[in-house]
Each structure stands twice: as C-alpha cells, then as structure tokens.
Write a protein that binds this ligand. Sequence first.
Ligand SMILES: NC(=O)c1ccc[n+]([C@@H]2O[C@H](COP(=O)([O-])OP(=O)(O)OC[C@H]3O[C@@H](n4cnc5c(N)ncnc54)[C@H](O)[C@@H]3O)[C@@H](O)[C@H]2O)c1
Length: 337
Amino acid sequence: MSDTKRIAVIGAGFMGSMHASIFARLKGCELVAIVDPNTTLATSVAETLGGCKVYASHEELLASEQLDLISICTPDNLHLAPALAAAEKGVHLFIEKPIASSLDEAKQIVEACRKAGTKLGIGYLLRFDPRYAHAKELIATGRTGAPIHLYARRNSARTEGPKRYAGKLPLALHVTVHDVDLALWMLEGQKPVSVYAQETDRLLGPIGTQDTIAAIVRFSDGTIVNFESAWSLPSGARHMIDARLEFIGTDASFEIQCGDSGLYFADNERSQEIDTQHWPTVGGKVEGDLKRELEGVIDWLDGGNAPVASGEEAIASLELTLAMIRSAETGDVIRLS
Ligand SMILES: NC(=O)c1ccc[n+]([C@@H]2O[C@H](COP(=O)([O-])OP(=O)(O)OC[C@H]3O[C@@H](n4cnc5c(N)ncnc54)[C@H](O)[C@@H]3O)[C@@H](O)[C@H]2O)c1
C-alpha cells in the first residue's frame, strides 16, 4: 500500500457525498474519484471538494485507477457488483451498512474478500459514538457484571427515513440493524437463539413501509434484548432521532440517551433539533461519528484496532434483522442455530 492512500467512493448520494468530503481532507488520503451513473451529481460533489475524477461506473473506475480503498455507498441491493469487482482487483473495501440486502449477497462479498485476501469493513458508525463505545467497555471490563437485559430504541419522524427509503428498504434493515449490531457487539461471545417480532403499517403501508417494529430476542446465556424502531413519529416530534439504550447487569445498569441532540432550533416556520452526533457540518466540514468512523477505517487499514465491523459481524447483524422481519411477517418465533 502506498504512503498516501488512494481512495474512491462509489455512490454520490446522501452518504457517499459525506464519505467523499471526509476522505478528501483526511491526512494521508487522496480522494481519487467519485462514481455514480448520475455523473451530474458526482461532478457537483467533486467540485465542492476542489475536484477529483468522476466515473459513471465501477467498471470504468477499476479499469482506470490503482486504488487502496473503495468505499461503497450505493443502495443496499447494489453493493454486490462493485464489491465483487473491487475484491477481484485486490482493493480493500469499506461498505455502508447493512453489508447487503440478502444473506446470499452478503456471503458472496465476504467470500470474495477472503479469497482475494483483501480487507472488508462495514459502516456501523455508532461504534464510533463515544457513548456507545464507552458503554461497551463498561460491559467488557466487568463493571456491569453479567448482562441480564438490554433495551434499544430508535424512533424518528415520518418526514425523514420514509421520505427517502420507503418502498426500497424495510424499516428494520435501515434502522433496527444499527441497534442489532450494537447489541451483538456489546454482548460479544453470546449468540441470539430466538426472536419474536411484531410490526405495524397502518400509517406508512400505502407508501410501502412499516410504521414501527418491536422485537424480543433471547441470547445463548439467557440475556433478553428488546428492540423498538419507528419512523412514524409526527414531523413536530421533539427529537430528531429518539434513541436510547438501557442495560441491566448483575452488578450495575447504564442508560444512553441520544434523544436530545443538545441543539434545539426554532423559527417562525420550524421547530427542530439539529444533528450534533452523526454527521454535523461545522465550518463546512462533516464531523461527528462519521468522521471518527472514517478515521477509524484508515487506522484499521493500517492494522490498528479501530472497531470497524467485519464482514462476519455484518452477516450476523443482517441474519438477526432478517429473522426479525420474518417473525413480524409470519407471527412465528424464529429459532436461530
Ligand atoms: N450509516 C448510516 O447511518 C446510513 C444512513 C443512511 C444510509 N446508509 C446506507 O448508505 C448506503 C447509501 O444510502 P444513501 O442514503 O446515500 O442513498 P442515496 O440514494 O442518497 O445514494 C445512493 C447513490 O448511489 C448511486 N448509484 C446507484 N447505482 C449505482 C451504481 N451501480 N454505481 C454507482 N453509484 C450508483 C445513486 O445514483 C445515488 O446517487 C445504503 O447502503 C444505506 O443503507 C447508511
């Protein structure tokens, strides 16, 4: 690998434009290109970053550039083709969560990287939020004793997620999967053994998505985890993302409260919280969890121990989330081996 890491971002939408803007200014990195069939969009992103190459497809990118890392930010069902092509070329990969929209595709990606000997990391950015990272340490260092119960909530307004993802992606695969990754990460060493879930779509069914999903999962040592995700809160809801994680252990408990961003804004048209956690823009630069995550990706690429989710971990979170969806659709308790 060269001293300066040559990086390309595939997909110039919501996440890809932020990945590109962070990689463009990370020390030791060169943002070589942005790829999107919508080359007008990719060009406008490249221009705001002072210019880099633009390609309309990953095939053109890989035929023209020598790269150290590709970040894939295409829609979930379009991660597979660029991932397989990049692995075949020997380029390390960072893919936005979830790794793919099906287990079969996820396994193909992991196998292709294993065969090629390339690194594969998946974008679970909450691992880089200091609150969740510190909470994991409280469990790992024994401060909490053995886990008994974990509760994870992630509720947001109908004006956000459904507007962009309805009809394309189930609520659980977009939202709950973040908390599933956190629970599996925090309860490292345990395996989910059964899941039961229920969902409703009375409000958002007509636009092809769910209002809320609630699930209860039992782990191999008996720990119980409740997940609750909704993107049906009214647009006037107090919190942008009402997220909590509560933990009870044999010796201690903790609570993470992410609902209040700490920056509440109101004028004569709007009343809303502004993101200070995931990807706030300060002085024209994207900061927060996403910036810390992509710095972590560079550390991980160099052999450091940044907690970038592996392909195998991303398969585990996808498997549990898909089981949740299956349970909600059938009403069955799903047993996991
Ligand atoms: N980490 C998070 O919190 C978070 C948040 C939102 C989205 N995501 C994930 O990020 C990924 C992208 O989501 P988004 O919201 O940015 O979507 P988006 O629709 O805003 O952007 C996707 C972009 O990919 C482009 N694209 C489509 N096919 C392509 C192809 N074959 N090659 C290159 N580009 C192609 C589209 O033209 C579009 O510009 C998804 O996997 C999504 O689940 C993660």
